[in-house]
Design a protein around this ligand. Structure first.
Ligand code: F6R
Length: 240
């Protein structure tokens, strides 16, 4: 299902209202959180839902990915972003908010440990996703296997340049990340893919309507039974 709304704020409020309704029915709901700019309007919407009485405090969360090797507490680490945008404001129990471990020590087991944590928890109910201009989901760049699980990956130069806006310089953008695999993402019970702005139009159209191919990681969503795509008009502009 593709839903086109006028602005990112409207899209965020729409998705947040859906999540809040689920959480009111099932307080131990598990949300898969993404980072980057795209999901921020959803988190704003969730804070508005909190203000009007939805209790999120029993919800759990699993993040999609994390940079490797940023110093602990770095404000642009995805752990810090999730804490700032979601855990703190919604009052989640920090013990129920998981982010892949991007610290250099033990990096070789970070993927396995994260998969085990998701599995022991019973999986993710709704996974929020953004899409990169390369078509990546999480940091699964073109060529990633549709069966892949959480593992260490190298960021493409395109993605490092795109993410440099969050750092003081390109040199500070990590080279590696730990990301859920496409196979991990496809196990979530509901996928919600968001995209805003013209810069995403081409990748979005290829993901939604193009051939299913490892050269377009976003096209993996076509293999899932329950996907909602929520976009603004600019991002929808290349859909047929
Ligand atoms: C973030 C993530 C990435 C982003 C994508 C889009 O956790 O995994 O796939 O969703 O890079 O980034 P933004 O939203 O900043 O355009």
């Amino acid at each position: 299902e593709v839903i086109v709304l006028e602005t990112p704020a409207e899209a965020g409020a729409f998705v947040a209202a859906h999540i809040a309704a689920q959480v009111r029915r099932e307080p131990t709901f598990t949300l898969g959180v993404a980072t980057g700019s795209t999901p921020l309007p959803v988190y704003e919407g969730l804070r508005a839902e909190r203000d009007t009485g939805t209790d999120f405090t029993r919800m759990s969360a699993f993040a999609l990915d994390e940079y490797v090797g940023l110093p602990a507490g770095h404000p642009e680490s995805y752990r810090a972003v999730v804490d700032r945008e979601v855990t703190g404001p919604l009052g989640l129990d920090p013990a129920r908010v998981r982010v892949p471990d991007g610290s250099a020590e033990g990096i070789e087991t970070a993927g396995e440990r994260y998969e085990a944590a998701i599995e022991a928890h019973g999986g993710v109910d709704l996974q929020l996703l953004g899409i990169g201009r390369t078509g990546h989901l999480g940091f699964n760049e073109p060529g990633s296997s549709f069966g892949s699980l959480t593992r260490v990956k190298t960021l493409t130069e395109r993605t490092r340049l795109d993410n440099a806006r969050f750092f003081d310089s390109l040199d500070e953008v990590p080279i590696h990340c730990v990301t859920q695999g496409l196979g991990t993402i496809l196990r979530a019970r509901h996928l919600v893919l968001l995209a805003f702005g013209e810069g995403k139009a081409e990748a979005l159209a290829a993901a939604v309507e193009g051939p299913v191919s490892a050269s377009m990681p976003g096209s993996a969503i076509q293999l899932h039974q329950r996907v909602t795509v929520v976009v603004d008009e600019a991002a929808a502009s290349q859909l047929r």
